[in-house]
Design a protein around this ligand. Structure first.
Ligand code: SF4
Ligand code: SF4
Length: 90
């Protein structure tokens, strides 16, 4: 499991969640922030920090934002540059 960031984060990007994540697995994308599903330890610390309620456990994402599950996972798939930046590849 992982936590997922959905639509309310778009254009807010205040990074409140980033500060509380104990494993630094929340990354800033061009439009919203994304949680790396491989790094997230499901601690839930970020969820109450979000001022716009954009963060949900993967199995509790509201139906209208289910596409964001794929979007979050997809953000970390096959991106060599990002993996290099994070020390995972290269
Ligand atoms: S649930 Fe915990 S580990 Fe996962 S993104 Fe939120 S703060 Fe980070
Ligand atoms: S706290 Fe919420 S709105 Fe702010 S960056 Fe994180 S997910 Fe986006």
């Amino acid at each position: 499991m992982t936590y997922i960031i959905a639509a309310p984060c778009i254009d807010v990007l205040d990074r409140g969640c980033v500060d509380v994540c104990p494993v630094d697995c929340i990354y800033e994308g061009p439009d919203q922030l994304y949680i790396d599903p491989e790094e997230c330890i499901d601690c839930g610390a970020c969820e109450p920090e979000c001022p716009v309620t954009a963060i949900f456990p993967e199995d509790e994402v509201p139906e209208e934002w289910e596409s964001y599950i794929k979007k979050n996972y997809g953000y970390f798939e096959g991106d060599v540059e990002r993996d290099v930046a994070k020390g995972r590849a290269g």
